[in-house]
Ligand binder design. Structure first.
Ligand code: CAA
Ligand code: NAI
Length: 248
């Protein structure tokens, strides 16, 4: 059977851990060569080693998505090693939660730089390759916090709403060039990121989800895979909620 990402090269940012790592394995199992592009060298190298040991094709490249030079070098390393870039998943993200009245300008800026400027940097850096190929898939990770708001997340919600706005703009600018641009909007998902959330808040969140559970990283990776595959070729500018139906 033909694999869904056979002969494709995918860059997944933030793939050393959590959702990105699950996506790296999912994509590689479907035949993609995967670049684990992450700031975290220790987890990134260990994750790449683990996937390669399973016979999958991937490499770790250290990158700080907030730093344009670092992003350009990561993309250059990808094209010189694998020859092309077919898929970009803008998955890297951070939180610096605080109530609005206590949030420092540094906390606000830090999250903007990684979650929003990072998506701008990576997408702009892969564009020349995708335009040359006349084909490409760009997927960026939003969040239910950006759609509905969330206590303690002024900075994070701003970036995740901004990602949807950028996605729709790029879908309009790039659709006729053969590039699909979409976003995934995960609900609360069981990774390191939610470990900072007090248990009583988690319980309250789960009680609002019709499926009565947190998301699993595989739930989100499956949506990335669909939007990266040929099956979604006529889907453009969409924000796909994968949130168990929280707050309809
Ligand atoms: N809904 C309603 N009220 C809430 C609330 C919530 N979810 N969380 C906190 N509050 C209220 C508290 O009850 C408290 O009320 P009072 O002042 O009346 O007592 C007030 O807000 C202040 O709360 P804290 O005492 O906890 O304040 P703090 O300054 O110590 O901490 C905080 C603030 C850091 C924001 C902490 O409450 C917290 O971590 N909350 C969770 C934030 C969260 O949900 N983050 C999501 C991370 S996962 C993620 O980001 C992935 C994704 O995309 C969804
Ligand atoms: P995670 O914390 O497990 O993984 C995030 C990864 O991003 C880490 O490997 C980290 O090293 C990397 N990273 C952070 N800053 C970076 C930078 N400057 N440059 C390169 N890499 C960097 O988090 P998780 O949960 O896997 O999150 C993945 C994406 O999903 C994020 O964009 C997050 O905002 C989003 N999301 C997560 C939800 C959740 O509940 N876990 C819900 C909704 C969205």
């Amino acid at each position: 059977m033909v694999k869904r990402l056979e002969n494709k090269v995918a860059i997944i940012t933030g793939a050393a851990n959590g959702i990105g790592l699950q996506a790296a394995e999912t994509f590689a199992l479907e035949g993609a060569k995967v670049v684990i592009a992450d700031y975290d060298v220790k987890s990134g190298e260990a994750s790449a080693e683990k996937l390669n040991a399973k016979g999958l094709t991937c490499m770790f490249v250290q990158v700080d998505v907030a730093d344009r030079n670092s992003v350009d070098q990561m993309v250059e390393h990808t094209t010189s090693t694998y020859g092309q870039v077919d898929i970009l998943v803008n998955n890297a993200g951070i939180t610096r939660d605080a109530m609005f009245r206590k949030m420092t300008p540094e906390q606000f800026q830090q999250v903007l730089e990684v979650n929003l400027t990072g998506v701008f940097n990576c997408t702009q850096a892969v564009l020349p390759a995708m335009l040359d190929q006349g084909k490409g898939k760009i997927i960026s990770t939003s969040s239910v916090s950006g759609v509905y708001g969330n206590v303690g997340q002024t900075n994070y919600a701003a970036t995740k709403a901004g990602i949807v706005g950028m996605t729709k703009t790029w879908a309009k600018e790039l659709g006729h060039k053969g590039i699909n641009v979409n976003a995934v909007v995960p609900g609360f998902t069981a990774t390191n990121m939610v470990e900072t959330v007090p248990q009583k808040v988690i319980d309250q969140i789960v009680s609002q989800v019709p499926m009565q559970r947190l998301g699993d990283p595989q739930d989100i990776a499956n949506a990335y895979l669909f939007l990266a595959s040929e099956e979604s070729n006529y889907i453009n500018g969409h924000a796909l909620h994968v949130d168990g139906g929280i707050m309809m």
